[in-house]
Design a protein around this ligand. Sequence first.
Ligand code: SAH
Ligand code: SF4
Length: 421
Amino acid sequence: MNVHETEKLYALFELSGIAQAENAENADIIIFNTCCVREGAETRVIGNLGIVKKLKEKKPSLIVAVCGCMTQQKAVAEKLHKRCPFINIITGTYKLSKLPHMVNLIANGEKFIMDLETDLTVPCGINEAKRSDNVNNFVNIMYGCNNFCTYCIVPYVKGRERSRRKNDIVEEVRTLIGKGCKEITLLGQNVNSYNDGNYNFRDLLDELSDLDGEFWIKFMTSHPKDLSNDVIDLIAKKEKLADYIHLPLQSGSDRILALMNRKYDIAAYMEKIDRIKEKMPDAGITSDIIVGFPTETEKDFILTEEAVQKVGYNNLFTFIYSKRTGTPAAVMEGQVPEETKKERIARLIALQAEIANKKAKECIGKTYRVLCDSKSDKLLTGKTASDRVIIFEGKEALYNKFVDVKVTQVKNSKLYGEAVN
Ligand code: SAH
Ligand code: SF4
């Protein structure tokens, strides 16, 4: 989401006549579009600000702005201002479209601007985006989240759910396809609850999948409580809806899921997984897991390992629970010691590596349609509809094309193959 938001910022600044610099040393303006979902992201911003401070000492006219979720938290923004007085602009997630104006004010002599006001009147924020040359293109379908999982800061910094109008999304996707784009990833914190007042997520997918052209649609993130059978069945039916679902489980223990306020239990989750596997035997399923949520015992963690084993994910994004100030979980009793969290995440990563390797070997001899999305010196990389990566030899001209590739071998869980058309 931040990558795409930054693409929008580039577009916005270009409209004001400000072009992208080649590197930080050449820049007149440096903007940090921050994330605060986990502590690690916040720590990185502080580290990078240290480097920028030195640049600013050399070039005092340099304008430094920090925006995004991290600075949407008032206490963090104020602390940052005190700690880094060289920052010229501090704003949050709602005023991105005002950034060029703020930069202009600073360039004209103002010393410091802080604007953390919430602004939900413009549901679509900025619509233009200067997309990179990547094969995959992101399209926002909704903003914010209503779920309040007890560990998560997102609803506090991004506000409540608001969906873009279906017709606006369809037009954006149609334009991208017209420009030759072949993979579109729809973005939202909880895409399954998309609703613009007239149309729901299934309606949106249905219409997008009927557009002309050779492309496929992926999306993230699905919340297990809201992923409907209707949507699963539609993906199975429509060729342009890629058979790939990122379905974050977070934990395999019902007790922990309830404490997380996830509103599903493991049985309900497995029902969705069974339906996906039944309708799309080749579907790619991936997940997010948090280890070390407050009070998580060895027994709870074993339940997570069992669930991971049972589903057999293609890929797993594993996170150590990170305390986020202002969320209910941050003040829960029974915080898990760091060493225990580290030990558990290492076990989970090892388990997933084993599963991924086994699943990769099952692909040998099979032919997949892949979208070639990266090229380097004879070796091309493509992604299947199930979001598996296959490396194969071929001409650069295959870049951004659909190619049939037969998997010939597996090395360190990586698939290698050869183009067959
Ligand atoms: N809306 C999406 C993703 C939100 S953030 C969803 O509901 O799945 C992406 C992932 O970050 C989450 O799925 C979760 O696994 C992780 N995450 C969020 N808050 C966290 C925290 N406080 N500590 C560790 N991981 C966290
Ligand atoms: Fe955070 Fe839960 Fe919303 Fe995802 S669904 S953004 S994890 S509160």
